[in-house]
Design a protein around this ligand. Structure first.
Ligand code: CO
Length: 214
């Protein structure tokens, strides 16, 4: 059997099982999605949003890219963010990084990787901003893991700088922004940060005048 045939076979078994567990599962979801969460995670195959949070289809709107970055000119991320916040009205945005992230490790390496170097440049900016702390960590794996954490915190604050989030905070006091890190060694998530609507510790230069929404 070809490897991809196995996936199709497993899909059949999964659909059957779901249908037996809950007879209205697919017909209900086919009508609409109503997720409470937007997940911004790493593309790493070891960190699947639904599986590690024990959630079902329909519960999490998902965006994944290398090293879970929030790039303020990334049309893909911004479109997902806008749809999740304005149309789906999610209550929570979760930025979930993971220890041992290859994208973060690559950002610390001088090796040329082509296009990927441009994508991970932002992680190098995070490194430079926290160089004093990171320089003091000699063990490479520990340095990577601390940069993983600092990277997540930075992406959370960068979400709070977007007009999409600030507009929604003003209008409906949602979404909350959560910074999490998943540990690939034990499968557990560490909760690092929660940004409450209107109370993000970002520089005032990034804050829009609330009167300009009207
Ligand atoms: Co990763």
């Amino acid at each position: 059997m070809k490897s991809y045939d196995k996936l199709l076979l497993q899909n059949k078994a999964w659909a059957q099982e779901k249908g037996i567990e809950d007879i209205t599962f697919f017909s209900r979801l086919a009508k609409q999605q109503n997720p409470e969460f937007l997940w911004i995670g790493c593309s790493d195959s070891r960190v699947p949003a639904n599986e590690i949070t024990g959630t079902d289809p329909g519960e999490i709107f998902v965006h994944r890219n290398i090293a879970n970055l929030v790039i303020d000119t990334d049309l893909n991320l911004l479109s997902v963010l806008q749809y999740a916040v304005e149309a789906l009205e999610v209550k929570h945005i979760i930025v979930c990084g993971h220890y041992g992230c290859g994208g973060v490790r690559a950002a610390l390496s001088p090796v040329y990787l082509g296009l990927i170097n441009k994508w991970i440049r932002k992680i190098q900016h995070v490194y430079v901003a926290h160089e004093d702390e990171l320089k003091g960590i000699e063990h490479m794996d520990r340095k990577v893991d601390r940069l993983v954490e600092l990277n997540v915190l930075t992406q959370c604050r960068d979400l709070a700088k977007t007009s999409i989030v600030q507009k929604s905070w003003h209008k409906r006091q949602y979404p909350y922004i959560h910074g999490w890190v998943y540990d690939i060694h034990d499968g557990l998530i560490r909760d690092l940060l929660q940004l409450v609507p209107g109370e993000a510790d970002i520089h005032p230069i990034y804050k829009f005048d609330t009167n300009s929404w009207t």
